[in-house]
Every structure is written in C-alpha cells, then in structure tokens.
Design a protein around this ligand. Structure first.
Ligand code: TXA
Ligand code: MG
Length: 333
C-alpha cells in the first residue's frame, strides 16, 4: 500500500521519517514528481531501481535544502557558485566532481567521479529535505521510459503499491525536468539536458555555456539520457501540420480546424511556459483517451525552438523515438 500524505507539518514529518528509515517517498518539486530515497543508503537507492523497473543503474540527482548542503558533497567552482546564486532554489542541476568526504553511495552516483546536485524550488520539497537532513536521490516518479508525473494521480498510476508514500504538493508548476549542466571543467561548461532554466537565461550568467555537439558527446557524461523515453503507449509523430480522423493532436498556438477527434492544446496563446507545464499531462491524456477510441497515433504540431521550447522538443523527440522490442529504453549511441 502506498500512503498518500498531505503537505502539512505532520505529512512532511512522516515522509521524512520514512526516508530516514530507508523507504521510498515520491514528492513534488517545481519540475516533476521525484521518487526519493536516502542517497547515503545503498539499499534505499537500490529500491528506486526496483520500483521503476530500471533495466540498469543510472546516476541520480541528489536533492538538498540549501546550496551549502549541496556543495558539501562536491567540489564547487566559481561558476557553480554563480549559477547557484542565480537559479537555486530552482530547476537547475549542476554536475561537479565528488568531494573526497562525500557521503553519497556509489550506487546513487553509478560509480562516477562526478555528482549531480540540485536545490528544488518547491516549498514542500524544501521543508522535507530540511527535515530529512540527508541528500535525497530522486529520479522522476514514473516507470522506466514512461511519461514523467506532474501530479499525484500520475504518480499513483505509475507506482501505486511499489513505493511507501507520496507527498502531495499539488501539480508541478514548471512541468519539465531540471536543466542539467556539466561544470566538471569550468572552462568548458556544457548543457547536457535542456530543462526548466533556458539556455538564454544560463548564458546571461555564463556566456560560454555550450550545447553538446552530438549525442555521443552527451552519452559518456550523462548515461541516463535515453533516446527513447517519455513514451506513451501510442506511437508519436512530430512536426505535423494537418491531423487525420484517426489521430490525437497535441497542438500549440491558435487553434485551427482539424479532423482529429481528440485535441490537447499545450497553449492556445502560444506561451512556452504554459506549454511546458501542460506537456506531460497532455501526452498522458491523449494516450489514455486515444487508446480508448482506437486512434492510431499522437501527432504533434511544431514547437518554436527558443526558451522552454528546447526542453519541450527534447522530451517530444524522445517520446517519438523508436523503442526497444522489450519495452525498455534505448541507450543513446
Ligand atoms: O527535474 C528533475 O531533475 C527531476 C526532479 C525529480 O528533480 N529529476 C530527474 O532525475 O529528472 P533523473 O534521474 O530522471 O535525471 C537525472 C539526469 C539524467 O539525465 C542523468 O544521466 C543525469 O541527470 N546525471 C546524473 N548524474 C550525472 C553525472 N554524474 N554526470 C552526468 N549526468 C548525470
Ligand atoms: Mg525521468
């Protein structure tokens, strides 16, 4: 049985004690719901992989209540301090060298010499992290390869009975995962995953932030970046202008006549923040209803490629990528 806890003092205290005892608690952040475990206990981290049905281990982001707590586990540099100052608490994850005195289990970091750290911008999450007073490893709270959850109903759809509790802090406001930047070489900082903090905003602080050249540029550094991910059950086709009568339409911008029997508009007014916040709920809804109506696929209108549009397109590309026969994720080449 998975307990549903409210974001009250007693709910947060219960969640904290379950985590300290090595249990699994899903909790809301501003990006998506995370599946949390005490990152210092290898047995607790191992339960994450079990609950998610992960084909293999991937390095996890460790979450903290403060930059000070995060930077105690890594070797921060001046750029890390500047980015933390500008964007924490918030949807930014920093990859830094592991500190010699780091208490995070090898399993949580997948044996790497670097570590992903983040201070999430959600009051309930921060209160929980403060009470637990340990680094919390938390991937998105979905089964491996599936759509990330942005409210409690989605979490329970994915993981009911497989985790100890879910802490309900309402729907996530950002709706796509954090931006991941590799700062292990501060002369050559690199954006590994587009997310809630835009490239434009990052370059405001760090003008030489670069994008990876190819997927193989990312793969050795960010082994969790699968080609196929965020996959609905229905196939997904991108950059479609006209949808047919057997298609579910994920639209963006001013609506125009369509034959599609199902439409989810990410943002009728063409606003990318609104679109990001509505992305995963829309994919999930079109998938459920589209299957019930026997539709052939989900088709997606073009998304502008600036600001949060990059993070949205990245998730859509993965939702549309070819899937492995056994339903597990394909690893990036
Ligand atoms: O918004 C988020 O980041 C959410 C919420 C729950 O905080 N978490 C999340 O975690 O998306 P996850 O495990 O799904 O994604 C972690 C990403 C993966 O792409 C992984 O490869 C990368 O961070 N990563 C983790 N540790 C790394 C490391 N040492 N070096 C490079 N990439 C790393
Ligand atoms: Mg995920």
């Amino acid at each position: 049985m998975t307990r549903r806890l409210d974001a009250t003092q007693s709910g947060i205290a219960t969640a904290a004690s379950i985590l300290r005892a090595g249990g699994l608690v899903a909790f809301g952040t501003e990006t998506v719901y995370g599946l949390g475990a005490d990152a210092t206990q290898p047995q607790a981290v191992a339960r994450i992989f079990e609950a998610k049905n992960r084909p293999r281990c991937n390095p996890r982001i460790s979450h903290f209540a403060t930059a000070r707590a995060a930077f105690a586990q890594v070797v921060p540099n001046a750029l890390a301090h500047a980015l933390a100052q500008a964007f924490w608490p918030g949807p930014l994850t920093l990859i830094l060298p592991r500190a010699p005195e780091c208490s995070i289990s090898e399993l949580a970091a997948d044996g790497l010499s670097s570590l992903a750290v983040r201070v999430p911008g959600n009051a309930t999450a921060l209160a929980l992290l403060e009470q637990v007073d340990r680094p919390i490893a938390a991937p998105s709270a979905n089964r491996s390869g599936r759509i990330s959850p942005v409210d409690v109903a989605h979490v329970l759809e994915e993981l009911d009975g497989r985790i100890d509790a879910v802490l309900d802090s309402g729907p996530c406001t950002v709706g796509v995962e954090s931006t991941v930047v590799d700062l292990t070489d501060p002369q050559n900082p690199c954006l590994l995953r587009p997310g809630g903090v835009t490239l434009e905003a990052l370059r405001g602080i760090c003008p030489h932030m670069r994008l990876p050249q190819t997927t193989s540029d990312i793969a050795p550094h960010s082994p969790g970046r699968m080609v196929s991910h965020y996959a609905p059950h229905l196939p997904v086709r991108l950059n479609v202008v006209q949808a047919g009568p057997d298609e579910a339409l994920l639209a963006f911008g001013a609506p125009h006549p369509t034959q599609a029997p199902l439409v989810w508009n990410l943002s009728a007014r063409g606003n990318l923040e609104e679109a990001a916040a509505r992305l995963f709920t829309g994919l999930r809804s079109l998938d459920h209803q589209g299957q019930a109506l026997g539709l052939a696929r989900i088709v997606v209108q073009p998304i502008p490629q600036h600001g949060l549009g990059r993070a949205i397109q990245d998730r859509l590309n993965r939702a549309a990528a070819p899937r492995a026969q056994d339903g597990t994720e394909n690893t990036a080449p």
